[in-house]
Ligand binder design. Structure first.
Ligand code: GDP
Length: 332
């Protein structure tokens, strides 16, 4: 077995921008071993003052909308602007599919081969609470390693959007035109979360329908209540094949950054996100500890059937289980 790096080696490696050490540190963060978790926590804490300087961008859209192609094209454009780019992905289904959605194809090959970029396909295993906490930590590690832009990709099919929205500064929704009903497949809630909407694959014969879709999305957005941060999301066209709209997408990000920093929203949003992350992690860790407790487990196994069949009130069992959990002797 390869010898594990110690705290100083991890820290120095990350601060010197080593992609290899960064990758190992993220593996450490994702490890379920208690000893790895302890080291990961120490490492992140020791790097806190080196975090927070990147622009964090969430990118979502239904499978097939072209997220990985877009991220590759957008990422390469950012490299040309002397930005160091890290790509992280949240795949809530990775436990079920063993990461197949985001990890199967060799994705973003040319971006991945560039030394100024770092790509981590998918946080492994765990529930969403676990995965999103680990992605937030991976993001901090990337920042400490000197990455200027962090792109967090998620599949546009459910709760993971909210998780990503809660860890990024800017949330970008990729959409397709010409799929019949323009709003098909995209939940209104996700549109409301977006800071920008991009109609992707606006090239060749798709172009006219993309232009039409742009107009109808723009109209749809007018119906949404205005956001407290005083920002109206724009709808734009993009093509990762022709390069259309990539520059404009970046300019919008910078305009947003400028405006939100001026108004103070940028920092207040991050502060809110940290508290939210704390809250989520407490729930997650408590839940994990609870389900691992042997007395809890035993009683649950015993009484579950009675709850299922309606003989035992779920509330009564829940109270009993929590009392059992709280009465467990734990080392100080
Ligand atoms: P993802 O599932 O959202 O990550 O989508 P992919 O990036 O894997 O792309 C899905 C398909 O759309 C692939 O066949 C791509 O070649 C194609 N595609 C991606 N971007 C574009 C684009 O800008 N224009 C066109 N015409 N096709 C694209």
């Amino acid at each position: 077995m390869k010898k594990r790096l110690d705290l100083a080696a991890f820290r120095d490696g990350i601060l010197s921008g080593s992609r290899v050490v960064l990758g190992q540190a993220i593996t450490l963060v994702e490890s379920a071993l208690d000893s790895d978790q302890e080291l990961a926590a120490e490492l992140i804490q020791s790097l806190m003052s080196h975090t927070g300087r990147a622009i964090r961008i969430g990118i979502t859209g239904v499978p097939g909308v072209g997220k990985s192609t877009f991220i590759e094209a957008f990422g390469k454009m950012l490299l040309e602007k002397e930005k160091k780019v890290a790509v992280l992905a949240i795949d809530p289904s990775s436990q079920l599919t063993k990461g197949s959605i985001l990890g199967d194809k060799t994705r973003m090959e040319s971006l991945a081969s560039d030394k100024r970029a770092f790509i981590r396909p998918s946080a492994s295993g765990g529930t969403l609470g676990g995965v999103s906490g680990k992605t937030s930590e991976a993001m901090l590690l990337c920042e400490a390693a000197g990455f200027d832009v962090i792109l967090v990709e998620t599949v546009g099919v459910g709760q993971s959007e909210t998780a990503v929205k809660n860890m990024v500064d800017y949330f970008l929704l990729l959409m397709l035109a010409g799929a019949g009903d323009e709003l098909q497949g995209i939940k209104k809630g996700i549109m409301e979360m977006a800071d920008a909407l991009v109609i992707h694959k606006a090239d060749g014969e798709n172009l006219p329908s993309a232009k039409k879709a742009k107009a109808s999305y723009q109209n749809a957005l007018h119906l949404f209540p205005s956001s407290p941060k005083d920002w109206s999301p724009k709808v734009s066209l993009a093509s990762s094949l022709s390069g259309l709209g990539l520059e404009e997408t970046w300019r919008e990000v910078l305009r947003y950054e400028y405006q939100m920093k001026e108004s103070g929203f940028w920092e207040s949003n991050r502060a809110r996100q940290r508290i939210n992350w704390l809250d989520e992690q407490i729930h997650y860790l408590l839940g994990q500890a609870f389900l691992r407790d042997s007395k809890v487990k035993q009683t649950m196994d015993h009484e579950m059937e009675n709850v299922r069949t309606g003989i035992l009130n779920p509330g009564t069992l829940a109270k009993k289980l929590v009392s059992l959990f709280l009465s467990t002797e734990r080392p100080q």
